[in-house]
Design a protein around this ligand. Structure first.
Ligand code: 13P
Ligand code: SF4
Length: 320
């Protein structure tokens, strides 16, 4: 529409005028993803978003995603201005792991290395030894296991269980979940697979075990996207992750057939069940507002940020 085009144009102008760069996650609105790519920003998974924001020369980062992504950007670059289109965009994993309870959990198990998922608050990261994302959790837990470490894992129980099964590591787990991925259903997926016998199943590891068990590829959003790009021409994929990723998958793999994995209500009644309500809060108008008015600035307490930087940097150094 004309309104959308005007907002795209205005956002691009403001990004340029402010010497700012847009760092977007695959789950946000397709217009924001297109804007990020058209203006020299990035669209990626949470690991790459953190690295891109840290390494980019722009002094202002606009992070289109959820709160923990903005916080990670600020923690890694405290001297930069980090803005978000909507500061209220959070994550059920972050909400489900409040620092006081988490701290008490850690205190009760001082013999364990504390490994937290990126989807946590700055305060939780400040209490951790390692941060991981879904793209590197396996490698990092394997590394810790090889060193004989016992692990305290938080907050995603499905990702934790998958990593535990793959590595055999001794992991004590927080019982959090992603409200989006938790909705994928193993039984319905099994039925859908029978309709598409040749389809490859791509699953984000925040999904329940019954879904992960049926996967041909388990991985982060970037890793699932890569699996589609690398697939054979005309191949069919059933995708169990937030359907925001379909935008980029269709762009990069136009010849492939992409089917959303089933959630409890999706078929006829709810086509877009698998979409994060917090990611959906990101909009072009929010980009314009934060750049024009300075709204949505992310602040992290300096002491918490300094401590949290330790576990994020440890991860970035490990994966490089
Ligand atoms: P990725 O790191 O795989 O992009 O996942 C982030 C996220 O929030 C998934 O729900
Ligand atoms: Fe959090 Fe799930 Fe939304 Fe990702 S999709 S931001 S894990 S609630």
């Amino acid at each position: 529409t004309a309104e959308r085009d005007a907002l795209m144009q205005k956002s691009a102008e403001l990004l340029k005028a402010r010497n700012a760069v847009l760092v977007a996650h695959y789950y946000v609105d397709g217009d924001l993803q297109d804007l990020a790519l058209a203006t020299g920003g990035c669209v990626s998974d949470s690991l790459e978003m953190a690295r891109f924001g840290r390494d980019h020369e722009a002094q202002t980062l606009v992070v289109a995603g959820v709160r923990f992504m903005g916080e990670s950007a600020k923690i890694l670059s405290p001297e930069k201005t980090v803005l978000m289109p909507d500061l209220e965009a959070t994550c059920s994993l972050d909400l489900g792991c409040p620092i006081d309870e988490f701290s008490a959990f850690c205190d009760a198990h001082p013999d364990r290395k504390v490994v937290v998922y990126a989807n946590t608050s700055a305060a939780v990261k400040a209490r951790a030894d390692w941060m991981v994302t879904s793209s590197c959790a396996l490698a990092i837990v394997n590394h810790l296991k090889d060193k004989g470490e016992k692990i305290l894992w938080a907050p995603d129980r499905h990702l934790g269980k998958y990593i535990q099964q793959q590595t055999g590591a001794d992991m004590l787990m927080w019982q959090g979940a992603c409200i989006v991925h938790d909705e994928f259903k193993g039984l319905e997926l099994d039925l859908l697979r029978k309709q598409y016998p040749g389809a490859r199943i791509l699953v984000h590891p925040e999904s329940p075990t019954s879904v992960v068990q049926q996967a041909d590829v388990v991985g982060s959003t970037s890793q699932l996207l890569k699996a589609v790009i690398d697939g054979a021409e005309g191949e069919t994929f059933i995708v169990a992750t937030d359907n925001g990723i379909m935008h980029r998958m269709r762009q990069l793999a136009p010849g492939k057939t992409l089917i959303e994995a089933p959630t409890a209500g999706n078929s006829a009644t709810c086509k877009s069940c698998a979409h994060c309500p917090w990611m959906a809060m990101n909009a072009l108008q929010g980009v314009v507002d934060c750049l024009a008015k300075g709204t949505g600035e992310v602040f992290v307490d300096a002491e918490i940020g300094r401590k949290a930087a330790g576990c994020i940097t440890r991860m970035l150094n490990f994966v490089k």
